[in-house]
Design a protein around this ligand. Structure first.
Ligand code: HEC
Ligand code: HEC
Length: 327
């Protein structure tokens, strides 16, 4: 009997060792995703649109800049996207790279297609998977081109950023295919008409500003969506920028009982965005969003009002250091 148990244990231990070795060896495997056709433009109007997106609705600037300059970014002070944001979470330490055209430490040597692939597939220039921080997979061709054109137009800044490092958990998630490249589900539109319409609001909320990514409950380990879209409840545990606060996103659906904005009119929504952040540690890029134009804010409001109401009571959204956060 003992012998049998020892045999089983032996097999189990070997399997575990094999699994660990498998994860460690293949943990950082390559993902060969197609490099889309793309070409940056030198047209000043295209560059201006890209810059507007990067510092406004698409908020690239809130991550691809040094964290110590968060307040300046919030105020709208423009600076090169030389990287520096760093996030320590269970799957690893994630670092936003230098996006200025420096040859050694920036994007100088990456092709236009590789830049677009990063946005469309979440695979970087070294064919490595990136966690879903940038769900721009279905951003329009026009906006993606505007963004890369703006990136290319910046002054090169030498700033070496260490690559992202995955923990054992991060490697397991990649190996088991829980986190995977995020290709477009449908062909991204060529361009989207900028107007105060529900359609443009939907485009912003899903493809550009990522409202849906934060205002939907997600599994913190894998990033998987587990709640109803826009019904809130996503919890942000204390992290490098939350100043000790834990935040929980509010329900943005028009549910009369539990939807935050059920009683907000369009003007109140616009005024709230113009006012910018209330909590200096909130993960929401309020500064960038406060500079969205009137058409965009109207479009967002109108789109959110068309959502199916979902009952999900979020009692509070901000928990200062030391306070207990409800499950
Ligand atoms: C929430 C934070 C965040 C936002 C917002 C963000 N990025 Fe990133 N970005 C990252 C992180 C983190 C990485 C590195 C990920 C990794 O290495 O796994 C990255 C990587 C990249 C890369 C890959 C570079 C390479 O090495 O191949 C490109 C290109 C990029 N970002 C462009 C953008 C653009 C353009 C925007 C705005 C439209 C943007 N990012 C918005 C966090 C962000
Ligand atoms: C990176 C995560 C993130 C993104 C992206 C994000 N939010 Fe938020 N949002 C939060 C968090 C966290 C809070 C709660 C803390 C606070 O009020 O700042 C919040 C709060 C809010 C509030 C309530 C403000 C109040 O005064 O009570 C509204 C309205 C809102 N978000 C709308 C949006 C819209 C619309 C978008 C897209 C344009 C968006 N959010 C994108 C994280 C995010």
């Amino acid at each position: 009997m003992k012998k049998v148990i020892f045999k089983i244990l032996g097999v189990l231990v070997s399997l575990i060792i094999l699994f660990v070795l498998f994860v460690l060896i293949s943990g950082n495997k390559d993902f060969e995703m197609p490099v889309p056709e793309a070409k940056a433009s030198a047209d000043s109007a295209v560059i201006a649109r890209g810059k507007y997106l990067a510092f406004g609705p698409a908020h690239c600037a809130s991550c691809h800049t040094p964290m110590s300059r968060k307040t300046e970014i919030d105020k709208g002070i423009e600076m090169p996207l030389s990287g520096g944001w760093e996030l320590h979470i269970p799957p690893g330490t994630f670092r936003a790279p230098n996006l200025t055209p420096d040859m050694e430490t920036g994007i100088g040597k990456f092709s236009d297609g590789e830049l677009v692939r990063a946005m469309r597939y979440s695979v970087n220039h070294r064919n490595k998977l990136m966690f879903p921080f940038m769900p721009f997979n279905e951003m329009s061709d026009e906006d993606v081109t505007a963004l890369i054109s703006f990136l290319r137009s910046q002054e090169p800044v030498k700033n070496e950023i260490k690559p992202t490092e995955y923990s054992f958990l991060g490697k397991v998630l990649i190996n088991l295919g829980v986190v995977k490249p995020n290709p477009p589900v449908s062909t991204p539109p060529k361009s989207v008409k900028i107007d105060s319409t529900v359609e443009y609001g939907a485009y912003l909320a899903h493809k550009v500003s990522n409202c849906v990514g934060c205002h939907t409950k997600r599994d913190l380990k894998t990033g998987e969506f587990i709640g109803e879209p826009f019904a809130g409840g996503m919890q942000f545990p204390v992290d490098d920028f939350s100043e000790g606060f834990t935040f929980i996103t509010p329900n943005l659906t028009p549910d009369p009982e539990t939807g935050l904005m059920a009683n907000w009119d369009e003007q109140k929504f616009i005024d709230r965005f113009r006012a910018g952040r209330v909590y200096s540690g909130s993960q929401m890029p309020w500064g960038s969003f406060s500079r969205m134009n009137e058409l965009e804010l109207k479009a967002l409001y109108r789109y959110l009002k068309t959502l199916a109401p979902v009952g999900n009571k979020i009692v509070r959204t901000a928990f200062p250091p030391g306070e207990t956060v409800p499950e």
